[in-house]
Write a protein that binds this ligand. Sequence first.
Ligand code: GLC
Length: 564
Amino acid sequence: MDTHVETGDDGIDRAWWNEAVVYQIYPRSFNDSDGDGVGDLSGIVENVEYLDEVGIDAVWLSPVYESPGEDNGYDISDYRAIDNQYGEMADWETLLAELHDRDMRLIMDLVINHTADEHEWFQRSRAGEEPYDDYYIWREGNPEEPPNNWESIFGGPAWSYDAQREAWYLHVFDESQPDLNWRNPDVRREITDVIRWWHKKGTDGFRIDAASHISKTDGLPDGDPDTHPTGIAHYSHGPRLDAYLDELHERTLGDGNVMTVAEMGHTTIEQATEYVAREGNGLDTVFQFDHVGIGDSPEDLFDPEASDEWDLTALKAIVTRQQTEIPWPAPFLGNHDLPRAVSLFGDDEQYHRESATLLATFLLTLRGTPFVYQGEEIGMTNVTFERLEEVEDVMTVSHVEEHDAEGVADSFEDVKGMVNYRSRDHSRTPMQWTDGTNAGFTEGDPWLKLNDNYREINVEAARADSNSVLDHYRDLIDLRHEWDVLVYGDYELLLPDHEQLYAYTRTLGEERALIVLNWSAEPATFESPVPTHDVDPVAGNYMDVPSAPDGTTFRPYEAAIYRD
Ligand code: GLC
């Protein structure tokens, strides 16, 4: 599959993306250059120097295509146009050129399970116009009775009735995001053309959105009503998913030096392993979500009760499987759909700096291609939503409406817990650049509220502090670039049952790295199960790194890396 992998003198198969640290930009929230309250491409261009300073190698850009914006760009109405909120095609070209000038690459988001209902294809499809009539998944029938019992991932039924066509259409996400009919070869040809088009423009890679959902079970049978969302088993990993990915690879993705990472929600580690291992489908890596879903209730993602507590030993077991089974993993701790990493996995108050830097140490010493989500590098945290009007996320609103339909939510207080537990808006609050007005994000009214802690947590303050979270990210990214062991070395877990310490080794040939993380607010003593008399401290998140780990009591959220 990998025409672009070169085997070095040392016998290691190297591709640019193996050695890359990728930074995800959610453009709406990154930096606004024109004062309309929404981030834009020129705003990113203004900060290419910052990206270079962080040391990242590639940017994954969340969608900037023309879109009605119901799902902030994950609902595309024209695949070949830039939404004017973000700028113009020339701005995208400038961004690409500026990144390339500094040896950084650009990975575009490929949203191909669905389009926006405003896409011309859907407009023509709902009018019954050939050949578009079969571009989406339509079923005729009683307007009161959906074709099956499938529920959408965002809540509510996965079908909506279209009065114009007098038929139901399927949407596994929001009703404004109709699913494309991948069984139709014309649809697949259109998508291939889109990918070719962006590749020709110089795109270096693609993140394939909702990749696991493109094939559905034949006949669209009812789902087991006890599964959540109902029907998910029929619209994830459908029978032709392999064939569709193979075809994309053959026609486009296998072409040249392009990297692909597939978002595979509702996918087990076994399935993720198969996708990355299988020759021919062109998936270089996948996002597998078990670790970030660790506390989730199987019945309701938005149920805070079920999920407050999670256990370090369980996290270790999951990450260890991802690290050792998936041929090339894509470690990540946050993205635009998740709460902030330091709020989910760390202590975003008393041990904010310590736990944010522990997470940096963890992410950047794992095997695979690590993805850093914007703001993580300064330790941005969850926010508190006080009113429903402060919430923009279509998924959160849809869940609230579902609860409302059940008569549960008389006031915001009734749903405040669930909103604040899971809203995707936590990770979408504007990037905190300075302690000035609107955190330096915009001169206008920000589209989403800022986190008040921007006065302390911001890029400017981090730059001025040599012990900041940002400083640790920079150092650790440098270390990863210099030290192949951290990129390619085999991962081995130590002390699987320890409830506070997460320790592991990375081994490549004769060289070994030992990583010790005290993932707790209490001191913990490390009794090393492996010999450590020859190890030297390399990095740590307290001022002084303990020189010999064995028998050492690690301080709250202390993280240390040793070289053997
Ligand atoms: C993916 C995206 C998410 C989006 C959904 C529908 O999960 O990450 O933001 O809402 O797909 O496109």
